[in-house]
Design a protein around this ligand. Structure first.
Ligand code: IPD
Ligand code: CA
Ligand code: CA
Length: 281
């Protein structure tokens, strides 16, 4: 489905209104939470701030695009399932950070059209950073153009990753990958907000990001922001990204193939005994 720049701009402005309305709620609740619930898995938290921020986003979308489909982290699937337009929203990405008042969290509003991440807005209200992109219109931070880093070597790169809430239930938990890449690079950060991790790759603050166990609302906005900033986003093996797979590899483009190669040949956790580690550095 083709859209004119004017049509995309309208959708981008709707996403911006929604993400910023959520951001106001997040700032208001910060440090004032009375109750923090676990959603099922240990560590998977939900707060009044997640719910109130989601309500703000839903109100904006219902006002402007009542016939579109919505996938919202706290409310699930809403709206017309036959619509080509799917809004994937995470009202508070980084809930664990937020609950501890660790200032790395955001509201993320992405629009997938015909299966393609097309519009994305991620708002970090604590640092007042607004990341936006629409396909073909470029990516911005606080309305100024942004671009990915120029780092070409994995050994000179700074990466980021994360661990899903099922990490205690599966050996496919990203621990071995994290160790392996920590050895090969200048560092791997675990910041705790997938959407902001992607924006920091788009800004060139980080050179690459990978993670498994994600949901569409974690990455729908960030994918288009990275790509419009000149980066590359694929599956781990560099095949086209399948958002429903929950696995993503996003980089500045230059280190993409080498990071993919390393992710596909990670030594098992058993290899991380102190002897092996000692001999490999
Ligand atoms: C989480 C964050 C985190 C990532 C987890 C996500 P939430 O989202 O994005 O960085 O590692 O996989 O579930 O629960 O804070 O919205
Ligand atoms: Ca999330
Ligand atoms: Ca969330």
């Amino acid at each position: 489905m083709n859209h004119t720049p004017e049509q995309l701009q309208i959708l981008l402005d709707i996403a911006t209104e929604a993400a910023m309305a959520a951001g106001v709620v997040l700032q208001n609740y910060l440090g004032k939470l009375e109750e923090i619930e676990e959603k099922g898995r240990p560590g998977d938290l939900v707060t009044a701030a997640d719910k109130a921020a989601e309500a703000e986003i839903l109100a904006v979308l219902r006002r402007h695009v009542p016939d579109h489909q919505i996938l919202a982290e706290e409310s699930g699937q809403l709206g017309d399932k036959s619509s080509e337009y799917l809004w994937a929203i995470d009202p508070l990405d980084g809930t664990t950070n937020y609950a501890h008042q660790y200032p790395f969290f955001s509201a993320s509003v992405g629009l997938i059209i015909g299966g393609v991440s097309t519009v994305g807005v991620v708002f970090d209200p604590f640092h007042n950073e607004l990341f936006r992109a629409a396909r073909g219109l470029g990516a911005t931070r606080n309305r100024r153009p942004i671009g990915v880093s120029k780092t070409t070597q994995l050994s000179k790169s700074l990466l980021v990753s994360g661990f899903a809430y099922d990490r205690r239930e599966t050996s496919d938990n990203n621990y071995a990958e994290f160790c392996h890449l920590t050895h090969l690079t200048q560092g791997v950060r675990r910041s705790g907000s997938a959407s902001l991790d992607l924006c920091h790759v788009a800004m060139g603050r980080l050179d690459g990001y990978w993670e498994r166990g994600l949901s569409p609302w974690d990455v729908a906005a960030g994918v288009v922001i990275v790509e419009e900033a000149g980066g590359r986003v694929t599956a781990y093996d560099t095949s086209p990204l399948a958002i429903a797979s929950g696995r993503i590899l996003a980089t500045n483009g230059h280190i993409h193939d080498s990071l993919s190669t390393e992710l596909l040949q990670v030594p098992s956790m058993a290899a991380w005994s102190s002897d092996v580690v000692k001999n490999s550095v």
